[in-house]
Design a protein around this ligand. Structure first.
Ligand SMILES: Nc1ncnc2c1ncn2[C@@H]1O[C@H](COP(=O)(O)OP(=O)(O)OP(=O)(O)O)[C@@H](O)[C@H]1O
Ligand SMILES: [Mg+2]
Length: 259
C-alpha cells in the first residue's frame, strides 16, 4: 500500500450567514486521500468551497468536524509537514525583488541561510526565470509573476504543494503553456500536489486523481483516476473524451443542486 500525503475524513465546515444570524454548511462531510507524489485535483464551480478546503489543509482556516492530516515525507505528524501554497493570484511582495520574495519564504520556513542562494537559483531556473533575480514583481507579466509564486512555493521543498486556480487569471495561450511547463517542472521537483480548479480540461490534463465537487453544500460526488501516461499532450483525444463525459456528469449533478 502506498503512503498517503493527505488524508481528509468526513470534513465539515460551516460559516456564519452573511447577515450574522445562524450558519451555513459550506463543506459537507468530504473525504479524500492523496498518495505521496501524486497530482490530485479538486474541480468545482465557483463559490463551492475550494479555496476554503485548501485553507483548511494549509491550517489557516479552522473546521467544524472530521479529520485533516497532512503527512510529512519522513513521518506522520501534522505539525512537521511543510506546505507550499500557490494562491489564486501571485501574492508577491511588490517592494521586494524576485529573489528576496523567495528568501522571505525560505526564512519563514527556517531554512538554513547558507542554502538560500542555491535554492533561489535552482527554483528560478526550474520555472524559466533565471536572470530575473533582481527584478521587481510589478515589472513582470502576470504569467511571470505566477512563475515566481510557483518557484517560491517549490523552493521551500514542500511535502505538499497546494495550488488554487493558479492559471485562472492568465489568457488561454499563456495558461496552456504554463500547464505544460508545470508538468515538466514537476518531473524534476516532485512534491505531492493538491490542485484546485474550475476547469475539467485542466484537471484531467494535469492529474492522476480528480475529485469532483458539487455546490451548496460542497460534497465530493465523483472520484476519477486518470491513467493516461505522461508526458501527456494537451490535444490527446483521450483527454477530450474524459472531459466530455465528466462535464455531462457535472451538469446532471448541478441541475439537481439547483432544483
Ligand atoms: N470567511 C468567510 N466567512 C463567511 N463566508 C465565507 C468566508 N469565506 C468564504 N465564504 C463563503 O464560502 C463559500 C465558498 O467560498 P470559497 O472561496 O471557498 O469558494 P471557491 O470554490 O474557492 O470559489 P472560486 O472558484 O470563486 O474561487 C462562498 O459562499 C463564500 O461566500
Ligand atoms: Mg477560490
Amino acid at each position: 500500500m502506498s503512503a498517503k500525503a493527505v488524508v481528509i475524513k468526513n470534513l465539515t465546515k460551516k460559516f456564519a450567514n452573511p447577515g450574522g444570524v445562524g450558519e451555513f454548511t459550506v463543506i459537507d462531510s468530504i473525504s479524500l486521500e492523496v498518495e505521496r507524489g501524486a497530482f490530485a485535483s479538486i474541480v468545482g464551480p465557483s463559490g463551492c468551497g475550494k479555496s476554503t478546503l485548501l485553507n483548511i489543509v494549509a491550517g489557516i482556516e479552522p473546521y467544524d468536524s472530521g479529520q485533516v492530516q497532512v503527512h510529512s515525507a519522513g513521518g506522520t505528524s501534522n505539525s512537521t509537514a511543510r506546505i507550499g501554497y500557490v494562491f489564486q493570484s501571485p501574492r508577491l511582495l511588490n517592494w521586494l525583488s524576485v529573489e528576496d520574495n523567495i528568501k522571505f519564504a525560505l526564512e519563514a520556513q527556517s531554512i538554513d541561510k547558507k542554502r538560500w542562494n542555491g535554492q533561489v537559483k535552482k527554483y528560478l531556473e526550474l520555472v524559466g526565470l533565471s536572470g530575473q533575480e533582481l527584478n521587481y514583481p510589478l515589472k513582470l507579466s502576470g504569467g511571470m509573476q505566477q512563475r515566481v509564486a510557483i518557484s517560491r512555493a517549490l523552493a521551500i521543498e514542500p511535502d505538499i504543494l497546494l495550488m488554487d486556480e493558479p492559471f485562472s487569471h492568465l489568457d488561454e495561450i499563456t495558461a496552456r503553456k504554463m500547464r505544460v511547463d508545470l508538468t515538466e517542472i514537476l518531473q524534476k521537483a516532485r512534491p505531492t500536489i493538491l490542485f484546485v480548479t474550475h476547469s475539467l480540461r485542466e484537471a484531467v490534463f494535469l492529474s492522476e486523481e480528480v475529485y469532483m465537487m458539487s455546490l451548496k453544500p460542497a460534497r465530493i460526488f465523483k472520484h476519477v483516476r486518470v491513467d493516461i501516461p505522461r508526458p501527456r499532450q494537451p490535444e490527446d483525444p483521450r483527454l477530450f473524451d474524459l472531459e466530455k463525459n465528466l462535464v455531462q456528469e457535472f451538469f446532471a449533478v448541478l441541475e439537481q443542486n439547483l432544483r
